[in-house]
Design a protein around this ligand. Structure first.
Ligand code: HPA
Length: 274
């Protein structure tokens, strides 16, 4: 059986043989947030199912492919369609694309997601830039053998979200009249949304938003010392109690889609200024 490092190498070599395009920045697009891909001046596309060792995405709202091209004058690769723990992947599987991005030479990772709001000053359709996270997922992507060539056994997590990018993101939002906060994201496994008691618990422990993704990819990126910027779209409210409404995947996707242009504005301006 191939070892983890050999798999990363094999996948990197496959991609490098498919396209000579050399991206500098990686982007992972979240639920209902695939339209940003439309802004990319595309050079090359690779469906996940063609890429050796890549997981294949199962959720209908995610069409799985890697898009290589230019955005705001920067060479990027975007993952359209991401993998979630609730789909049944292991943490190693769902973070594998981040390992490959780093192997391709990417040092900066942008991530988007849809999340439930837990801060009484937030509202549906707001944007939240992650300044920190609380990992409540039941499995850890770094559990098991550590490969020192990838990163340290015990990665420090003080500077997880790049402070300069958070500040710049907030400035861009302010300049463009976008309602945007910097907050703490709690990751839960899903696929259930939270009970009112669970939303309250997450608020009490210090989370401003809750979602089912992002943190595994962030941990793996930081393990390899990549610079990380992540942003949530608040698609529903979980706090205060009176603000909670029944929420379906369609509701989440609808709010994500209508709010996406705000997030796109922040990401494209931020990219342009890098
Ligand atoms: N909870 C968890 N994940 C989510 C939510 C939520 O309320 N909204 C969008 N993703």
């Amino acid at each position: 059986m191939k070892d983890y490092l050999e798999k990363i190498e094999e996948t990197k070599n496959y991609i490098a043989a498919e396209t000579k395009f050399k991206p500098e920045i990686g982007i992972i697009l979240g639920t209902g947030l695939g339209n940003l891909a439309g802004e990319i001046k595309k050079e090359y596309e690779l469906p996940y199912e063609d890429i050796p060792n890549f997981p294949v995405s199962t959720v209908e709202s995610h069409s799985g492919k890697l898009i290589f091209g230019e955005l705001s004058g920067k060479k990027i690769v975007a993952m359209q369609g991401r993998f979630h723990y609730y789909e049944g992947y292991t943490m190693k599987e769902l973070t594998f694309p981040v390992r490959v991005m780093k192997a391709l030479g990417i040092e900066t990772l942008f991530i988007s997601n849809a999340a439930g709001g837990l801060n009484e000053h937030y509202k549906t359709g707001d944007v939240m830039i992650l300044r920190d996270h609380i990992n409540l997922l039941p499995e850890h992507p770094l559990r098991g053998r550590n490969y020192d060539t990838l990163g340290p056994r015990f990665p420090d997590m003080l500077h997880t979200y790049d402070k300069k990018l958070v500040e710049k993101g907030l400035q861009i939002a302010k300049k463009n009249g976008i309602s945007c906060h910097a907050g703490v994201y709690a990751a839960i496994q899903g696929p259930c949304l939270e009970t009112p008691a669970e939303y309250n618990y997450l608020h009490v422990i210090g989370a401003d938003a809750v979602g089912m993704s992002t943190v595994p990819e962030v941990i793996v990126a930081r393990h390899m010392n990549m610079r990380v910027f992540a942003v949530s779209i608040i698609t529903d409210m979980g706090y205060p109690m009176e603000a909670i409404q029944e929420t379906s995947l369609e509701d989440v996707i609808r709010v994500a889609k209508t709010t996406e242009p705000k997030m796109t504005k922040i990401i494209t301006e931020l990219l342009g200024g890098l």
